[in-house]
Design a protein around this ligand. Structure first.
Ligand code: CMC
Length: 428
């Protein structure tokens, strides 16, 4: 037996194995804890709990390291494309040219939606949030493809993955088009993944549309940076829901809902709304920072803080640089970017944020880019979902291929009433 941790409880002493990861991370293996001692562990928010071993993404929160399948995020951001990164996450290695061509072509062949899906969108109110529309429509894909729902059939899984990656931009763009009352744009398979999304979002049937290469590159970069982040809230949700053996579409729909919340992916929308509020109310950045610190005010500095990153978020650094480059090359002067820079400068020197180790996260500057290229704020989180999709898929696949596979079923410590008799209503 390798290294162990010793636990003494009552008159019992047991040895708990230590599991060591490939980057030296250590965990106490408690799989036999309850059967040997009757104890369970309690860890609200799972801040100390590893739910799985995983080969996909490595994060070192203290050093600001993020790697997909071992490749540093900085290298992927500078040299790769979103579809290549998707392949890397899903297949586990960087593709050669032939493998990438086959992967891209398979995805291109599935971009259209079933025509009946349009009627589905027609039933949503115009002001439906795109994340609600996306989760509902991804869930609804399972009604259109009953031929590919078995999580244990590799061919069915493969085609579900292709369908999801291909159709997600179409689903997201349709949600937007419906909200503004414009006709849905059929996908164009001669364009890149992102170029096609831009055509479906910003094009209309009356005019030719060619994606601006600067914006196309910026959006592709943002998708790469969002592509996976190990066991975050939405990914854990995809794994937990997936562990019931539900099909891939059902598990991903659940992940989309988890991502929507403002403490998770919904923060990108919340950040831009915060910046706009500061601008529109003529508030100073310093006043807002004071408000975010106040115990009497529920406002937080959105886009700041992270459960894992405690020195900096490497994605935020890359996005900040890209933000300046994109706005400059578009000739856009953004008041919102100015406010964001002020907020960051003030917060990074403020003892409240320094002591709590709160830094800008991935969502702090991404919305400024989305905003500058004309994306409405309620679509920001749908773009995050498009980016996170290959990560969710890879994690769902890994769960199903794991020899440790079992349904996720946490326990609890019950703190309610102890047994008491039922009292008939007339006697209460
Ligand atoms: N503004 C002001 N105070 C904050 C902030 C913030 N953004 N974030 C954390 N704090 C304070 C918090 O009030 C607490 O203070 P105290 O110890 O006095 O009670 C302390 O810092 C620790 O915060 P926590 O909420 O216990 O930390 P957590 O690890 O549970 O939460 C977080 C992490 C990301 C949910 C949180 O920092 C937050 O709410 N940030 C704002 C929302 C946001 O930007 N979310 C995006 C996260 S990154 C992308 C993603 O996950 O999708």
């Amino acid at each position: 037996m390798g290294e162990t941790a010793t636990l003494t409880f009552g008159d019992q002493t047991i040895e708990l194995p230590i599991i060591v990861g490939s980057e030296g991370e250590q965990a106490v293996d408690i799989t036999q804890l309850r059967s040997t001692t009757g104890l369970i562990t309690l860890d609200p928010g799972y801040a100390n709990t590893g739910s799985t071993k995983s080969d996909i993404t490595f994060i070192d929160g203290d050093k600001g390291i993020l790697r997909y399948r071992g490749v540093p995020i900085e290298q992927l951001a500078a040299q790769s494309t979103f579809l290549e990164v998707s392949y890397l996450l899903v297949e586990g290695h960087l593709p050669n040219a032939a493998e990438l061509a086959v992967f891209e072509s398979a995805i291109q062949q599935h971009t259209m939606l079933h025509e009946d899906m349009k009627r589905f969108y027609g039933a949503f109110p115009k002001d439906a949030h795109p994340m609600a529309a996306c989760s509902a429509s991804v869930g609804a894909l399972s009604t259109f493809y009953p031929d590919s729902l078995d999580p244990r059939d590799p061919r069915q899984v493969e085609v579900s993955i292709q369908r999801l990656l291909a159709k997600m931009p179409t689903l997201a763009a349709y949600a937007y088009k419906h909200s503004i009352g414009q006709p849905f744009m059929y996908p164009r398979n001669d364009l890149s993944y992102v170029g096609n999304f831009m055509h479906m979002m910003f094009g209309n049937p009356c005019e030719d549309y060619e994606p601006d290469p600067v914006i196309e590159k910026a959006l592709d970069l943002l998708l790469i940076l969002h592509a996976d982040h190990e066991q975050n809230c939405s990914t854990s949700c995809v794994r937990l829901v997936g562990s019931s053996m539900v099909n891939l579409f059902g598990a991903i729909a659940a992940g989309i809902n988890a991502l929507w919340g403002p403490l998770h992916g919904g923060a990108n929308q919340a950040v831009i709304e915060m910046l706009a509020e500061i601008r529109d109310e003529g508030m100073s950045a310093r006043d807002f920072v004071e408000r975010a610190k106040s115990q009497d005010d529920t406002s937080r500095l959105m886009g700041f803080g992270h459960r894992v990153y405690k020195n900096f978020d490497p994605r935020a650094r890359i996005i900040k640089t890209a933000c300046f480059e994109v706005l400059e090359s578009m000739g856009v002067h953004s008041k919102l970017l100015e406010i964001a820079v002020d907020l960051e400068e003030i917060a990074l020197k403020d003892p409240y944020f320094v002591e709590r180790r709160l830094y800008p996260n991935v969502d702090f500057y991404s919305g400024v880019i989305y905003n500058a290229i004309g994306t409405p704020s309620n679509m920001f989180t749908a773009l995050f979902a498009m980016g996170r999709l290959p990560g969710w898929i890879a994690q769902w696949q890994e769960l199903h291929e794991s020899p440790d596979f079992k349904i996720a079923r946490p326990r609890q410590i019950y703190t309610g009433e102890i047994e008491r008799a039922y009292v008939p209503i007339e006697k209460r």
